[in-house]
Design a protein around this ligand. Sequence first.
Ligand code: TXA
Ligand code: MG
Length: 340
Amino acid sequence: MPENPQSPRGTLLLDSSPRSIEKAAALLKRGGLVAFPTETVYGLGANASDSAAVQKIFRAKGRPPDNPLIVHIAAIDQLRQVALCIPPEALLLAGRFWPGPLSLVLQRSSLIAAEVSAGLSTVAVRMPDHALALSLIRAAEVPVAAPSANLAGRPSPTSYRHVLEDLGGRVDAVIAGGNCRIGVESTVLDLTTPRPCILRPGGVTREELEKVLNCRVAVAGIKLCVNAPSSPGMKYRHYSPRAPLILITGHPRRRRRLCNELAAHYRGKGLHVGLLNQSYGDWPTGGQDAGLIAFNLYRALRLMDLSRVDLILAEGTETAGLGLAVMNRLRKAAARVLKV
Ligand code: TXA
Ligand code: MG
């Protein structure tokens, strides 16, 4: 890649050199929008204390105004700029999982723009486990608000090319790092309720959280959290490819058989069917390893769009470990869910 080429649509494509990171940080300080890689998915960053910059994120993504953003920090000291009343569990979890794919929901500090929280008094915060993201936040010298760098409703971007597909011409710069190591977003954990509750399953598993907290952790939508806290993002249909996706869940052998039978049926009718299922090898690395499926999930959904399939059939996976995050995303992408 040439150094700092200007994309035809006016978005600066930056490499990972220190000079480029300085340029990106200067853009953030001036109220600009910069997309950057993290270990989960690419984020679309703005200075979290700058209301006007944060509002630009919502416009660039077409994001509903009531869906709050995650604030990214590069050092534990920055947590006090973002959140009030930091409970002991927050420090325990941060010590164990940061930098990493865990966003903690805490009471918001007044230093963070109210728009970040979309009307809530709370804020989600995390420290990403990616050298470029951390250098960018350090160089910008401010906490960085960043949702996933996709158009609202589209699968999250796991490569800078996905970011350009969705946001080329709509943001100031994109830092071209490699593919994201995890491939699904961070776990969002609410610590403002009497018992910790997972609002969105993600890169840190429920089992890992329970081990560190030494208690059961509820998952919103699966087991009701005490006081039913909610993540505004949960009500939107997300992660969707353009073609309708049918998710097939249930007993592994039966779900695989139905998936194959439906594929044959629709192909017989002349439809171009995309399969997310190991026996057809359309999970690029195959198999039922939830980590590999997570890594490939969004890329596979975007590839289906590019190959213009009429219909996607996805075979469900188990919900242990990262499987919980994979099934959460597949359910949100699905137009229909069949259980066998
Ligand atoms: O891995 C990730 O989390 C990525 C990278 C870029 O860090 N970011 C990401 O952001 O996925 P986004 O905006 O696509 O998803 C943020 C989720 C949404 O479901 C939102 O509703 C929830 O976090 N959220 C943010 N702040 C919240 C709050 N104060 N209370 C409850 N839910 C919140
Ligand atoms: Mg998102």
